[in-house]
Design a binder for this molecule. Sequence first.
Ligand code: GUN
Ligand code: FE
Length: 430
Amino acid sequence: MNSFIIKGDIAYSKNKDELVTVGDGYLVCRDGICQGIYEDVADLPDLPVVDHSGKLVLPGMIDLHIHAPQYAFRGTHMDEELMDWLNDYTFKEEAKYADLEYASAAYQMFADGLKRSATTRACVFGTIHREATELLMDKLAKTGLVAFVGKVNQDRNSPEELDEKSAEHSMEETELWLKETAGKYENVKPIITPRFIPTCSDELMEGLGSLAREHGLGVQSHLSENPNEIQLVLDLVPDIEFYGQGYEKHGMLGPKSIMAHCIYSAEEERMLLKESGTYVAHCPSSNLNLRSGMAQIRKYLNSGIKIGLGSDVAGGESESIFGEIANAIRVSKMIQRYHDADAKALTFSEAFWLATASGGSFFGSVGKFEPGFEFDAIVIDDAKQPCPQELSIADRVERSVYLAMDRYAIIDKYVKGYSLSSAFTPSAII
Ligand code: GUN
Ligand code: FE
């Protein structure tokens, strides 16, 4: 059934400054497409009503950057910064995905975790391993979530067991992966995924750029995350003036591309991101955990760059986009306090918009409850945290985010109008 009406307390971001709220409203879905919010029963089309009176009905959260193989060690090994963290822990963990039995068990946990989170759509990194990445796509397809998934490429500066050895071999595996998964899934699609420039030779980057163009695919990668990483890139690629040019010169920037972090992007790099229409995945939890820094999101918003939020598990400890909303706001407050008094901290409304409508636009008409948008929603029983006050719906949304209600109070979730309710039976919630 993907034609129905949900009754409840509805909220969504119309734009970054306006959170629309409708108490006891009716949200109409026909064939997986939102028909808008109705306030009067008399106007309703003849469709079954799912009664979620008193519950919050919100758009699904969008995660523009998450590493599936890092889910297994999230919450551990947080003492080092990026390059040491990659070499000491992350690469060693990712090497295990050569073993399909390990990959199957670990990716099942990832798929289950993402299914019961508030996230409805995600851009996901796998590992260099083609077969394990196909397994990941299979498992994500079964959840009902929408995802772009990337087989990771790396042919240099990687440990033996996570090095594809040559650009040629990395390209062959990537082409085979694209061939094997072409048209296989409705909701899970490939995205070209050079890990980042330090681990990808110029030859590989050139090949991947051409492959992306040939297949009309986007690119996801990391950009300007950590000072040591940036210096390494400038040493490795002497003909660029700043990191972002290393992607641009292979045609990897554009409206189908996502660059994660972008903490140290100066004016020229910001202009390149803006003019190419590239999305920035802002990953505040990871940026804090790995000591990477504080991205100046106000400046990016003012430049008109497209931005969404990313959990960056396991740099970020959790898949919770509610957590990223709260941390995006906290970081922006510290920027205003310590760095730039003119850079106004993000409002709750702005951060909620980043997590829904703004990130959602990467997937098309996604992230708003307006006619013509794909119907992705979460239903939250915020009464699970009793409150003696009469709260407005806007206050209830903010409270549900700060009180991490995505961990225990989601009672249903819809993607393209299909319910994923089986993830929210009491026994499925951990
Ligand atoms: N840069 C290259 N690989 C990674 C990764 O796995 N996580 C983060 N946060 N940054 C990266
Ligand atoms: Fe990352």
